[in-house]
Design a binder for this molecule. Structure first.
Ligand SMILES: [Zn+2]
Length: 236
């Protein structure tokens, strides 16, 4: 996307920003979910134009940064009682008996093997593995159901460790989903399956693509909204 990208500190205001020049026609400001301010600028935009843009939108930038900061998850400590989401439910972490597994989700708690108690690193990798496995199970179930419904061929369902990309669809009709989908509610998981399956017919986000999504899941906008509002709050 970017032709040139570099970090610049603006002198007159306290905003540090990344300048991304491209063939676009107008200047635009973006605050990413990490709280980074980006100035997207045409190739020829001058420093003065950028300075003016920043000055004019100073209030908006501050508001947006504060908003993004409040959406970011609190740092995770893996202490007992700390909550983690499973299928949209936030469950308190508990150390206990998990049998052969290292993590087991119950209705009222997320049980982590007692022997991991003192090692946050081991708890973290056990949780990641749990999320990965659970995501694979959940998404396999959603995709199988859609396959029956639509007759579409899917060669493989996989799970990636991507944090930002919820799903993807390859030209060889394999679907990949982020391990974090085990954290989101069932209807959001289903939406991601619908979304990627619709890409098997339309490898783009054209109106025809969205019509297909709506045909398979009329309330898909609720899921999009959930991801937008809650997605950045998810831990790990
Ligand atoms: Zn898409």
């Amino acid at each position: 996307m970017s032709a040139r990208s570099d970090k610049v500190s603006s002198q007159s205001l306290s905003h540090e920003y990344r300048l991304i020049r491209s063939r676009r026609r107008t200047l635009a400001l973006v605050v990413t979910s990490d709280g980074e301010l980006q100035v997207r600028a045409p190739m020829r935009a001058t420093q003065e134009q950028i300075r003016q843009m920043l000055a004019k939108h100073d209030g908006w930038i501050r508001r947006k940064k504060a908003e993004q900061a409040s959406r970011r998850p609190a740092p995770v400590t893996f202490a007992e009682g700390e909550t983690f989401p499973v299928n949209g439910q936030w469950l308190p972490l508990q150390f206990g008996n998990t049998g052969r597994a290292t993590v087991v989700a119950r209705d009222d708690a997320l049980i982590v093997a007692r022997r991991l108690h003192a090692s946050p690193e081991k708890i973290e990798s056990a949780l990641l593995l749990f999320y990965k496995k659970t995501t694979l199970e959940r998404m396999n179930a959603h995709v199988s159901e859609l396959r029956r419904q639509t007759g579409l061929h899917v060669s493989k369902v996989g799970v990636t460790m991507a944090r930002r990309r919820w799903g993807s669809c390859s030209s060889r009709s394999s679907l990949n989903f982020s391990y974090r989908l085990a954290m989101v509610p069932d209807f959001v998981q289903r939406y991601l399956a619908v979304h990627e399956m619709a890409h098997l017919r339309h490898p783009n986000h054209s109106p025809a693509f969205w019509a297909q999504v709506a045909e398979w899941m009329s309330e898909f906008r609720l899921a999009e909204k959930w991801l937008k509002n809650e997605g950045a709050r998810l831990p790990l």
